[in-house]
Each structure stands twice: as C-alpha cells, then as structure tokens.
Design a protein around this ligand. Structure first.
Ligand SMILES: NC(=O)c1ccc[n+]([C@@H]2O[C@H](COP(=O)([O-])OP(=O)(O)OC[C@H]3O[C@@H](n4cnc5c(N)ncnc54)[C@H](OP(=O)(O)O)[C@@H]3O)[C@@H](O)[C@H]2O)c1
Length: 433
C-alpha cells in the first residue's frame, strides 16, 4: 500500500472480469473511497481470458496481464483479487503465487477454499498475509463474517440453509408453474440463471462447497469437502412437490452441518421443510441460513446469494478489512494446528421420512405397505392417499417418525419389492429444524 501524507492508496489487481469482476470494477469506479480505514482503493491491473472481449466497464487505462499468475506476482499491486473460479487451474496457481509473494488475497471462489483451504491457509499464515473469502458463501450475505467473527464466542451446534440460488429458483418455479424439473432448468438456462453445464449447481456440489467452508469456520477444523454427503435436485419430482405441499411442506435443497459426536455431519439434500419455517419461505434465487447455538438460540440470515452488485460488495468488504489491517487465522485456529473437520464416527443418523409409493389401485395394498414398514421397524406418522388420476397407479404417501436412516432406507427398498408396487418408492427426508 502506498501512502502520502494524507492519502493511502490500496492497489488492486483483479483476475477475472466476468459477473463479479466487472461488478467490482464498476463499484470501485463509483466509490473508490468507501473503505472505513480511509484512503482509496484503485484497480491498477487486470487479467482475463480474452483481452478483446467487450466489457461492461472500461479497462483501457489498466495494465493487462494474459496470465493471472504474473498479475498475482506484480510488484504494482498490494492486494490480489481472484474472481476466475474453479478449484484448480489458473485460480489456484495465481492465489498461491500471490501468497508466496506476500500479497493479501481476496477471493469469491468457494470451490478453491473448500477443496484447498487448508494448504492455502498455511501458506497465507506463513507469509503473514490475509486470505479472505466473504463472497464465496452466500454472495452478498455476510455469512462468513457472521460465523467466523461475530459468533466466535458461541458454541455453534448446527447450520442449515439454502446456499444455491439456482436450485432454489428451480424448485420455486416448479412449484409455482407446475412444470417439470427439466423444463424449468431449460428455461433457467435460457434466462441465464443456470449455467450451460448445470452439474455444479443442480448436483448439489456448489452448496456442498459452501457448507464445507461454514462447517470449518463454525466447528474449528479445515474444510473437508471429501467428507460431505451430497445429493442434488435432479430427482425431485413435481408430484412430490405437490404432495409435500398437501402435507404442509415445501421441498428445498438444504445444506447442513451439525455436530455429531466428536465430528460434524456435513450434507446437502433435498428436504421437506414446514411451510411456516423461515427457510421454506426463502423463494426464487434467495439464499438463507439458519444458525443454532447454545447461547444465541437461533439466528436467521437471508439475502442475495449471487449477482454482480451483492457479490462485489462482499469482495469490497474483504478489501476494506485488508486496509484496516490485522491478520487473524484464516479458519478458527492457526493452520498448522488444524485437522480436517472430522466426519461423524459411530453416530447413527436419524431422520423422519416422506415416502411416496405408486401402487395398483386394489384392496389390501395399503395394509401390505404399512405392514412392510412396521415389520422393518418404521413407525408411520401420517398417511395421505390421493384418488386415481391420469397415472397408471395411485400414490400413497406416508411420513414417518424419526428412525435410523439405514433402517428407513432398507424398509423403503423392501416395500419396493411388493407385487402391487409399480415403481421404486421415493424417499425424501423431513428437515429436523
Ligand atoms: N456470479 C456470482 O454471482 C457469484 C457469486 C458468488 C461467488 N462467485 C464466484 O466468483 C468467481 C467468479 O464468478 P463469475 O460469475 O464472475 O464468473 P464468470 O462470469 O464466468 O467470469 C470468470 C472470469 O474469469 C476469466 N477467466 C477464465 N479463465 C481464465 C484464465 N485462464 N485466465 C484468466 N482469466 C480467466 C474469464 O475471462 P473472459 O471474460 O475473458 O472469458 C472471466 O472474466 C467464481 O469463483 C464464482 O464461484 C460468483
């Protein structure tokens, strides 16, 4: 950072000029003196794939680097901002190069932090420079600062939330329009709400990256993405959205992390959640996070999890923190003391199930299904039977009391083998929050 008598200038190098990078440049052009430490934040150099691509912001006055690693090492920047994306490749190489060169790094890259957070934290701490990633989780919603800083004196027991706006948009649209998953996804891609390759979003991986980071910050460990249990929304059926609605639930892709024994269970799954729950009411592309702690009880955060403006504001907040100074450990403890967030050992996961079985419309079927569940040790909480419609069978829907998930899954596959059952039963879990 260069300082004259009354004036500090923080020189920023930005790699990646897409949605977030262009949003950041637009914000800094409008408000270069926003940082509470005083002084100005000035972008001096940029890098992207294509120099000739038309951009929504003027970059003609900025130094251009074809290679983000060379930008990261440039002596003409104080802070390296990585907005390229991807867990490996140029993003990782450039962040490593910046940290090696002793520069503060700000990134919005959840894949990078979830998969390589521990080694990058060790590098940052060895060089004594900050590595900040507020924008990586929930875009414009200050989830990282809330968990890492504001709640550092709290014993967080669990975190659950909607951390992927694309999935939330798709599920909301399916419910509102009565369209199937594939049709809503195609429309979301046409509108630019979903990527051409939607796997990271609809497969649950993006949400898993984010909850992996929050779990590390909340429970004290390094991110352990490999231990996350991940299920996406591609198999969520419109019929289940409707039937869940009849029972008073919505279906949401929930990312959760909860203490379990000495470890933490981290997972992403479509869950049924009571319509009255604040998370169930976060619709469209909104993100939401529910934090439960021993002392605070419950905290709820909701807001835009993506988009140029909100995400750039989160990146700008991290740059301001660099300017204010000070350098806390990247996660809860110094990187050299961290062990990967342990997955739970010997702690049986229990859940309440929603089971939908398509059966032939004939006498005695209901009894055989309920007997099958009872014999397997699953106790039914409620039944819903719909009149025959235009499908070959009739759906029977049951919700169950809490039971070991392994027992429930075995019971469901057992009733799937009954002669009157026409297709594999559908099992979803009901959120316990
Ligand atoms: N979009 C959001 O709302 C949002 C929210 C939270 C977090 N994030 C995270 O923010 C990061 C950026 O996201 P984004 O949506 O802004 O992505 P994006 O629109 O796809 O932009 C990516 C940028 O990276 C550049 N790039 C790609 N490969 C490169 C390479 N090899 N060398 C140099 N530059 C390269 C691209 O260059 P060209 O422009 O020349 O192709 C583009 O400018 C990601 O980690 C993402 O997960 C995004």
């Amino acid at each position: 950072m260069s300082a004259t008598r009354n004036h500090t200038t923080c020189r920023i190098g930005v790699a990646g000029l897409g949605t977030v990078g262009s949003g950041l440049l637009a914000f800094l052009a409008e408000r270069p003196d926003y940082a509470p430490a005083g002084g100005r934040v000035v972008v001096t150099a940029v890098s992207a794939r294509s120099r000739s691509r038309a951009r929504p912001v003027d970059i003609s006055h900025l130094a251009w680097f074809d290679d983000p690693v060379a930008l990261a090492q440039s002596p003409d920047i104080d802070v390296f901002v990585e907005l390229v994306g991807g867990s490996d490749g140029p993003a990782k190489a450039a962040v490593e190069a910046a940290l090696q060169a002793g520069k503060a790094v700000v990134t919005a890259n959840k894949a990078l932090i979830a998969e390589h957070g521990a080694e990058l934290a060790a590098l940052a701490e060895a060089r004594g420079v900050p590595l900040l990633f507020e924008a990586a989780v929930m875009g414009g919603v200050p989830a990282v600062k809330t968990v890492r800083e504001a709640l550092v004196g709290e014993d967080i027991q669990s975190l659950s939330g909607i951390l992927n706006g694309t999935c939330n948009y798709i599920l909301t649209e399916m419910e509102a329009s009565g369209s199937a998953f594939a049709d809503v996804l195609a429309e979301a891609q046409r509108l630019g709400y979903a990527e051409a390759d939607p796997t990271m979003d609809v497969g649950g991986f993006d949400a898993a990256h984010k909850i992996t980071i929050l779990a590390a910050l909340a429970f004290g460990g390094s991110p352990n993405f490999a231990a996350a249990e991940i299920q996406g929304i591609a198999n969520v059926d419109l019929l289940d959205i409707r039937l869940a609605g009849d029972l008073g639930y919505r279906i949401k892709l929930i990312a959760s992390a909860e203490r379990a024994g000495e470890g933490a269970r981290v997972r992403v799954r479509p869950f049924l959640i009571r319509k009255s729950h604040p998370i169930a009411q976060a619709d469209g592309a909104l993100n939401a996070l529910y934090v439960e702690g021993r002392r605070i009880g419950r905290i709820f955060l909701q807001g835009p999890g993506a988009g140029a403006g909100p995400t750039a504001a989160a990146v700008a907040a991290d740059i301001a923190d660099v300017m204010v100074g000070g350098c806390r450990p990247v996660f809860l403890s110094p990187a050299l003391e961290l062990r990967p967030c342990a997955p739970p050992e010997g702690v049986v996961a229990e859940g309440r199930g929603y089971i939908r079985v398509m059966v032939r419309d004939e006498p005695g079927v209901l009894a055989s299904v309920s007997e099958g569940l009872a014999e397997a040790g699953v106790s039914i909480e409620s039944f819903l039977q719909k009149p025959p419609g235009d499908t070959p069978g009739v759906p029977i829907v049951m919700t169950t009391h809490a039971v070991a998930e392994t027992v429930l899954e075995a019971a469901v596959s057992r009733i799937g083998r009954l002669p009157a059952v026409l297709e594999p039963p559908r099992l979803l879990y009901i959120a316990g929050i």
